[in-house]
Design a protein around this ligand. Sequence first.
Ligand code: IPM
Ligand code: MG
Length: 366
Amino acid sequence: MFKRILVIPGDGIGTEVTYWGQKVIQTIGEIFGHQFSFDTALLGHAAIKAEGTPLPEETLVKAKQAQAILFGAIGHPMYDNNPSATVRPEQGLLGLRKALGLYCNIRPIFLFEELIGASSLKPEVVRGADILFFRELTGDVYFGQPRGRSQDGQTAFDTMSYSRYEVERIAHKAFQAARERRKKVHSVDKANVLESSRLWRETVTQVAQHYPDVELHHMFVDTAAMALIKNPRQFDVVLTGNLFGDILTDEASQIAGSMGMLASASIGEGTGFYEPIHGSAPDIAGKGIANPIASILSAALLLEYAFELTVEARTVRRAVALTLQQGWRTSDIADASTPQEYILSTDAIGSKIVQNLARVAQVANA
Ligand code: IPM
Ligand code: MG
C-alpha cells in the first residue's frame, strides 16, 4: 500500500527546500521499506501565475485525497507593497488551512547544541530551551467577520473573534501534549484588554480542570514576547491564538538560531499539512543558498504524525544533528567560527543529510 503524499512547493525558496524534504522521505522509504507516492500541486503566487487563483480547485481536490501534505512556502514581493491587490498568494494557504479544518498548528522550538553560537541570544540563556507551540490556525482576526474598508476608503477593520468550541479543541491538544512532556502549559492572551481573550482565558481554565497533573499559567502576549527572550527555558507548551502565535513563533525561532531550522505540523479534521515556519524569502530565492533543514524537519513531523513512523522520524532528526556535528552549515546558521568551506549550498547540505540518513539508520539498527 502506497502512503500518498501531496507535495506543494509553493513560492520562492519553497521549491528549493521542499525538494530536500521530499528526497528525505523517499530515502527513508528505501531504507525502511515503505512505499511513498508523491503528487504535486500549485498554491500561492505559483498558482496565480498558472491558473489565475491562489488555490486552484485541483489543488484542493488533491489535498483532500492525500494522506499528508508537504508544503514549502508562500508569498511574492509584488503583492507586499500593493495593498489594493485583491488576489494574494497568502489566500491560497489560508484557504487550504480552512478547507482542511487544520485548526492546530504545532511548532517545536528547540536548539541543536551545535548551533548555540548561531542564536542571537547568549548561550547560557538558550541552552536547553525546548518549547512546543500550539497555535490556533483557523480562527481569530485571520478569519473573523466582518472585515474590510469603509465606503470612503478611510477606515479599515478586521474582527478578532473566538468561539468557546474553537478554544476548547486546541486547548485539549496542548494539554495532551504537555502530559507527554514537562507538564506545563502557558496560555497566551491579552485578557486585560480584549473580549475574545477573556473568553480564551476562561475556556482554557475550564479545559485545564481535565488535566490536574498539568500546571497552567496565563500570560499576556506582551509579557510572553519579553519572557521568551529573557528566559526561554521556563516554557514547555505554549498555547496561543492565531495572530499571537504567528508573531511569537517568528520571535522564538531566534532561540533556535534561524527560521531556517523550524518545522511545523498543522493538524485537525482533514489531511495534515507539514511546513517550515519560514516564508518564501524572496531576497535569497533562486540563489541556491536557502537552508533546507526546516523542510527536512517538516518531513520528519510528517512521518511521525501522518504515518506514526516514529523511528523513521527520529532517524531524520539524528541525520540532521550528525550533519551539524560534522560542521556543515548553510549561511544562515554559520557563525564567525565557521570555516568558509563548511558553508554549503542548499543542495550540498541536503545531500550530506541524505547520506547521513543511511549512516544513522545503520547505527540505530545495530
Ligand atoms: C505562517 C505565515 C502565514 C501566517 C502567512 C504566509 C499567511 O506567516 O505560517 O506563520 O500568517 O499564518
Ligand atoms: Mg508567520
